[in-house]
Write a protein that binds this ligand. Structure first.
Ligand code: PLP
Length: 360
């Protein structure tokens, strides 16, 4: 039996997608081979790839003046490729650090460019996002980078910050397709697939086409977004299996009603868990400022590390798995991505109540 899986990523996927993949593993679409055994340049696979892009464009609302790249290397690799592609040597870039992944983005960019930390929530334990009015933006930045949702610290931008004419680059790894967004407000959106879009091993980069014309810095072809765009992300062998599964997951999301429907479901799921925390009289604690609480990843703490550990073990025995918090933060973390059904959040909230009765 499948448990309710609260993993932050790789994360739970829709059961129907896994069943279809299982059924098609040995033989796919009448070609006499598995989809993992056919050429990425075959007409069959090219059709899968094109359909996945078309469906993702529909799901996320990606305008025609944006290219969509499907790349290997995960989100972290993109954090290094962004400055190589978008900033001239010596040009400044502005980063707003609202958690662990914002820090990673800075670290990956620093070898290539002068990084200005425009705002940093670390002094406050990443419990809030520094207000836009406090950001110290450069006059001449190549772009401004934010992390739309911090998977570990559980803080999420609830509105798009205004950064004027400078392209806004956003890491949407853990919140893409979780609600409708206005893509035109961003220069680049990137997202590792392994939370909301499908399996690990592929990353989506949505980039405004005019930014592909930037000279950037000397780099190999394989690190060049323009080259990838010109070759439909087939400059080298792409992760075909992951691309195919991503396509199935995107189709599932469209069939479920798209991002508006997931916004509704995700708000309902998150409010169940936050209500269980806030209504516990302090037994459970989430320390994030209410206005920026993540709908996708909810970190919380019990009164002691011993109770945290017992909670994780008892939850597992009750069919609620992967609730241990990230080691950087400790405690508990519940990830509630699109594929987590409402029943999973209900079961967690009920378990929290029950656990408190027994241990509070
Ligand atoms: N950015 C965010 C917001 C993440 O949650 C993660 C991974 O969990 C990453 C970046 C890094 O992704 P990857 O491991 O695919 O490089």
């Amino acid at each position: 039996t499948r448990a309710f899986n609260f993993s932050a990523g790789p994360a739970t996927l829709p059961e129907s997608v896994l069943r279809q993949a299982q059924a098609e593993m040995l033989e796919w679409n009448g070609v006499g081979a598995s989809i993992v055994e056919i050429s990425h340049r075959s007409a069959d696979f090219m059709a899968v790839a094109a359909q996945a892009e078309a469906d993702l464009r529909t799901l996320v609302g990606i305008p025609d003046d944006y290219a969509v790249l499907f790349l290997a290397g995960g989100a972290t690799t993109q954090q290094a490729l962004l400055p190589l592609n978008l900033a001239a040597p010596g040009q400044r870039v502005d980063y707003v650090v609202s958690g662990h992944w914002g820090k990673t983005a800075v670290k990956q960019a620093q070898p290539y460019v002068e990084v200005n930390i425009a705002a940093d929530g670390e002094a406050g334990g990443f419990r809030d996002i520094p207000a836009r009015a406090q950001w110290q933006l450069s006059d001449d930045a190549a772009y401004v980078h934010i992390t739309a949702n911090e998977t570990i610290h559980g803080v999420e931008f609830r509105e798009v910050p205004d950064v004027g004419a400078v392209p806004l680059v956003a890491d949407f790894s853990s919140s893409i397709a979780s609600e409708p967004i206005d893509v035109s407000r961003y220069g680049v959106i990137y997202a590792g697939a392994q939370k909301n879009l499908g399996p690990v091993g592929i990353v989506v980069v949505i980039v405004r086409r005019d930014l592909l014309e930037r000279a950037g810095q000397p780099r190999a072809d394989i690190f060049d977004y323009r080259s990838h765009a010109a070759r439909d992300s087939m400059l080298n062998t792409p992760p075909t299996w992951n691309w195919y599964l991503l396509g199935l997951t995107v189709q599932w999301m469209l069939a479920q009603g798209g991002t508006a429907e997931f916004a509704r479901r995700n708000a309902a799921k998150a409010s169940l868990v936050y209500a269980a925390i806030d209504g516990s009289g302090g037994f459970y604690r989430n320390e994030v400022a209410p206005g920026v609480r993540s709908r996708m990843n909810i970190p919380f703490f019990l009164p002691s590390a011993e109770l945290d550990a017992r909670f994780v073990a008892d939850a597992k025995a009750a069919g609620l798995i992967a609730l241990k918090g990230h080691k950087a933060v400790g405690g508990i973390r519940a990830s509630l991505y699109n594929a987590m059904p409402l029943e999973g959040a209900q079961a967690l909230a009920a378990f929290m109540h029950d656990f408190q009765q027994r241990n509070g």
